[in-house]
Design a binder for this molecule. Structure first.
Ligand SMILES: [Zn+2]
Length: 317
């Protein structure tokens, strides 16, 4: 499937719905497939199989502004947490009135109404945006959250869309307080977008040196000799039991080489363990920046790691 919309609508259509059940907020993490041209494919940014956090909110017209604001808050929270929000811009993507038969469903009146409502919401929410003509979805206008890659090319990270058209096509009525059949509005939204694309921008943004809380490997133990291997295994298990992502380099290689490789791989923390550490019950901590923090008890390192991870800090120390 190339999108989740019709599948989530089936949940709504499972039985008759009352106005009291709205808004209905549906969301899932799904694997989607799109047969992009080979020329369009680009690293992790545009791929044919991808993972997306996609949701649909089915709501009464009077709920539109509040629910739209909730979607915008969620997207801002996700992108802010990932550290990408500061570089994002907002685009109000509209249809092309000069070329309505291009791809657009619905009448000019319906489009003008949807865009008028969306402009009002963006004004109320104080969103600074640019306008993109002919960038709308075929069923409605969008708020696109745009990100520029290192080459200056802009891509959409997250999108929130107002749809006043598709509910009728799918027969998605609800019963209002007067017992009458009414058509809901739908918001299509992502929260952190396509995982592969967002990941590509994260790798680019941090040049591979991901913040500790999201680094796939947070700590690597580097035994100086075979004698330190059991000690490292034991400490690694302690950190792993606390929920950290830890590995041990057991290879029979020179310590300089192990440090060099871990640094190249941008592993945030390297724990070098030699005979003296074992005698003193300490660990020697090095950062991927090359800084050497020296020897300390494992408990001190664990406290430092916890503080950095819990605060989602970009610093290592
Ligand atoms: Zn959708």
């Amino acid at each position: 499937r190339p999108m989740t919309c019709p599948f989530q609508y089936q949940v709504y259509l499972n039985r008759q719905r009352s106005y009291r059940e709205l808004p209905m907020r549906l969301g899932e993490t799904s694997t989607l497939f799109r047969n992009e041209d080979s020329g369009e494919m680009h690293g992790l940014i545009r791929v044919r199989q991808f993972t997306i956090s996609e949701g649909h909110l089915i709501l009464r017209p009077d709920q539109l502004e509040e629910e739209f604001k909730g979607c915008l808050d969620l997207a801002k929270y996700c992108l802010g947490t990932l550290g990408l929000l500061d570089k994002c811009t907002f685009r109000f993507s509209q249809w092309d009135p000069a070329n309505p038969n291009n791809k657009y469903e619905g009448t000019a009146e319906q489009w003008e109404e949807a865009q008028r409502v969306m402009a009002q919401i963006l004004k109320d929410l104080d969103v600074d945006y640019t306008v993109g003509i002919d960038e709308a979805a075929f069923y409605g206008p969008k708020l696109d959250i745009q990100y520029k890659n290192v080459y200056g090319k802009e891509d959409t990270l997250v999108t929130i869309q107002i749809d006043m058209l598709l509910a009728e096509k799918f027969g998605m009525y609800y019963i209002d307080e007067n017992g009458e059949k009414k058509l809901p509005y739908i918001i299509h939204r992502t929260s952190m977008g396509c995982y592969e694309r967002t990941l590509a921008y994260l790798i680019e943004e941090f040049a591979g040196a991901l913040p500790v809380w999201m680094a796939p490997e947070q700590v690597r133990f580097l035994p100086v000799t075979d004698r330190a291997c059991d000690y490292c295994a034991d400490l690694a298990r302690q950190l792993s039991d606390l929920g950290y992502r830890v590995d041990v380099d057991y290879r029979n290689e020179k310590i300089g080489k192990k440090i060099r490789e871990a640094t190249m791989e941008k592993i945030p923390y390297m724990i070098v363990v030699g005979d003296r550490d074992m005698e003193n019950n300490t660990v020697s901590v090095r950062l991927r920046t090359g800084e050497d923090l020296g020897a300390m008890p494992l408990a001190d390192f664990t406290a430092k790691l916890k503080a950095v991870v819990d605060s989602k800090s970009l610093d290592l120390n």
